[in-house]
Design a protein around this ligand. Structure first.
Ligand SMILES: *Cc1c(COP(=O)(O)O)cnc(C)c1O
Length: 434
């Protein structure tokens, strides 16, 4: 090996180690789409399954050698279905976007129309012609937005659905504080022959923890999700439905249209997370929502403009802050990062699409810090850090030291199984020392 190759590898290893250290021990991560796995999930994540293929469905594969993954995959899908109050579940989509692609493609084809939630109410890029819908040749029509309720305007959306007669509608999103009107719009959609897709990528953990309405109880025909946002599992996707025929039709295209290998090593870790969410998910989801509200209140008390005050700020894991008075989103997010606080800049409902590079706001999510055991006092401390960086203009590097010190008291992952309860220690499941 050349000296330059050693150098390259040493850097890769060093950056990986430093990122771990930073993200897991020193930084306050408030990215709303991220989370961390439990220690037990982590132990089962690295296994021989990461080397394997299992095309097709459990017990009906196109591959030999799948007897163990067949058992795990079918049982985990069944368990997830029970957590969702009864549903057929497919865990093969390797991400939420792949779950959306498979679902959308079965419900509509090129030239067809879909009516989606407005971008101001949080629609994800995969719901739009700029993302997955566009790639599938499906046209999108946005529902109207109601600034007062910070939500879909349900009355106007109902009229639009009746007019457009789409193949399907999409609710659920990436940036939203309040549940979308599934119950109100599902009957209208069904009356014109449209299916209702609910994208629960962000809120799957809240749904399982019963802190957010389950869209399948409210008329959604299909739910898609990611398994790694408020549901704290490995990165992956999910499709759930109570309609057997519809589920079968979608499940039939996941492979071979959208995945070949489905990253099998995710599945044992998803199973561990599902069990942990059954045991601790309600406590976890409740703590997330109450922390989000507390963070919003504390930021407002420190002098920030927090959205949704008249509505109680939030019912999800997210908080939206308008930082125009502090120099807009891009600058604020950069300063906070220098202080070891990781957030993303975000368009607010009144921003224009062209503001995307420097929007008015920040989107904050408290699910990961809640998992590390933070509660109301800590939300108040975080709000004070925000004030020091963005209002008092303290040197971010000096705040960074205090943030790291504060964060070092919250290293244990909560709402997770103590593996001693299993009755036997779980050693790493992959031993490659020959
Ligand atoms: C994050 C997100 C997705 C995409 O999920 P991936 O798992 O990253 O592919 C899809 N829809 C919504 C609403 C999201 O927020």
């Amino acid at each position: 090996m050349q000296a330059s190759e050693y150098e390259f590898l040493r850097n890769v290893i060093r950056f990986t180690r430093e990122n771990n250290e930073w993200r897991m021990r020193r930084a306050i991560n408030l990215i709303a789409s991220e989370n961390v796995m439990s220690p037990l999930a982590l132990k089962v994540y690295v296994s021989d399954f990461m080397h394997r293929y299992a095309e097709g469905k459990p017990f009906k594969r196109y591959y030999q050698g799948t007897r163990y993954i067949d058992e795990i995959e079918s049982a985990t899908q069944e368990f997830m279905g029970e957590l969702l109050g009864g549903a057929y579940v497919d865990l093969r989509p390797v991400s939420g976007t792949v779950a959306n692609a498979s679902t959308f493609r079965v419900l509509a084809g090129p030239g067809d129309k879909a009516v989606i939630a407005p971008v101001q109410a949080g629609a994800h890029v995969s719901h739009t012609k700029f993302g997955t819908l566009g790639a599938l040749g499906i046209e999108h029509v946005e529902m109207p937005y109601d600034p007062d309720s910070m939500n879909v305007d349900a009355d106007k959306a109902a009229k639009l659905i009746e007019e457009v007669k789409p193949k399907f509608i999409v609710l659920g999103g990436s940036v939203y504080l309040f549940p979308h009107p599934v119950k109100e719009l599902a009957p209208i959609a069904h009356s014109v022959g449209a299916r209702v897709v609910y994208d629960a990528a962000h809120v799957l953990g809240l749904i399982v923890g019963k802190a957010w309405p389950n869209p399948l109880d409210r008329g959604a025909d299909v739910m898609t999700a990611s398994t790694h946002k408020t549901f704290p599992g490995p990165q992956g996707g999910l499709i759930a439905s109570r309609d057997r025929d519809l589920f079968k039709a979608i499940s039939k295209v996941v492979f071979p249209w959208f995945v070949s290998n489905h990253h099998l090593h995710r599945l044992p870790a998803t199973a561990v997370t599902a069990v942990e969410m059954k045991l601790y998910g309600e406590d976890y989801a409740k703590a997330i929502v109450s922390n989000a509200r507390r963070l919003a209140e504390a930021l407002a008390a420190e002098g920030f403009k927090v959205l949704g005050e008249h509505l109680g700020y939030t019912r999800s894991h997210q908080v939206l802050v308008d930082v125009r008075a502090q120099g807009r989103g891009a600058k604020a997010a950069t300063l906070l990062e220098r202080a070891n606080i990781i957030v993303n800049k975000n368009l607010l409902p009144y921003d224009k699409p062209e503001d995307v590079k420097d929007p008015s706001g920040l989107r904050l999510g408290v699910q990961e810090m809640t998992r590390f055991g933070m509660g109301k006092d800590e939300m108040e401390e975080i709000a004070r850090f925000f004030k020091r960086v963005l209002i008092d203009r303290e040197d971010p590097e000096s705040v960074a030291r205090d943030v790291a010190e504060f964060r070092s008291n919250f290293l244990r992952i909560h709402y997770a199984l103590d593996e001693r309860e299993l009755g036997e220690p779980v050693t790493s499941l992959l031993d490659l020392s020959h």
